[in-house]
Design a protein around this ligand. Structure first.
Ligand code: ZN
Ligand code: FE
Length: 251
């Protein structure tokens, strides 16, 4: 699948999922319409679907304008977010299928950051593409505005179990600060030190670190390492839930 990231408001990402043969695209999390319309126009693409990961304004703020320009476009989001996502027409539950840009995707409920959070996973032969909204970022995770650590742990466990070669497309460019925070916890960790250097050069070169690799995040992101013996030793914890809760306190 061809994914075109669109920078919104400085550090937000909207994503165009492009169907080249039909000259159409779906958009994930259009926080603002203008940059999305610009990229659609530039590619000669017609918008065919809007996918929202959650109801926060920086992810849905552009939906109204896009719906006025493309009046029949379906707006997909969680059934839990009914009344919170503008112009929503499709109310999704965990495990449902979605169609976007000629690809079949899977809806994964991701309660934690918000109670109606969703991730969209588009499988491919060797991995797939995961649009995770504000649930999982490079080196860190989203704030627990409407969820508990226990809830978020179960959400992240499901995302971590996706195929290792999955490309992770997060809702924000937070990777550098995420990795720096992880380094505060483990200042001498060689994997993290190397990751920070790679992140800095990617930012200098491209201004972005996406797509992230799910496999790499499993190794560098402390919030995916609740069962890592080194993290447990550092925090003095013994179970998944205790370790994750402690990570939420110290990071
Ligand atoms: Zn959010
Ligand atoms: Fe956000």
């Amino acid at each position: 699948m061809r994914v075109l990231p669109v920078k919104v408001f400085g550090d937000n990402y909207a994503y165009l999922l492009v169907d080249e043969s039909r000259h159409t695209a779906a958009v994930v999390d259009p926080g603002d319409a203008a940059p999305v319309r610009e990229w659609l126009a530039r590619g000669g693409l017609r918008l065919t679907a809007i996918l929202a990961t959650h109801h926060h304004e920086d992810h849905v703020g552009g939906i109204g304008e896009l719906c006025s320009v493309f009046p029949d476009v379906p707006v997909l989001g969680s059934a839990e977010d009914k009344g919170r996502i503008p112009h929503q027409t499709v109310f999704l539950d965990d495990g449902e299928g979605v169609e976007a840009a000629g690809m079949r995707g899977l809806v994964i409920a991701t309660p934690g950051h918000t109670r109606g959070g969703l991730a969209y996973f588009f499988p491919a032969p060797l991995g797939g593409d995961l649009f995770a909204g504000d649930t999982l970022f490079g080196g860190t995770m989203g704030n627990l505005f409407e969820g508990t650590p226990a809830r978020m742990l179960e959400t992240l466990r499901r995302l971590r179990d996706l195929p290792p070669r999955t490309r992770l497309w997060p809702g924000h460019e937070y990777t550098e600060s995420g990795v720096r925070d992880a380094l505060r916890l483990q200042p001498d960790d060689a994997v993290l030190i190397a990751r920070l250097a790679a992140v800095e050069s990617a930012l200098a070169r491209d201004g972005r670190t996406i797509p992230l690799s799910l496999d790499e995040e499993r190794r560098v992101n402390p919030f995916l390492r609740w069962d890592d013996p080194a993290i447990r030793a550092l925090l003095g914890t013994a179970s998944d839930t205790a370790t994750f809760k402690k990570l939420c306190e110290v990071l």
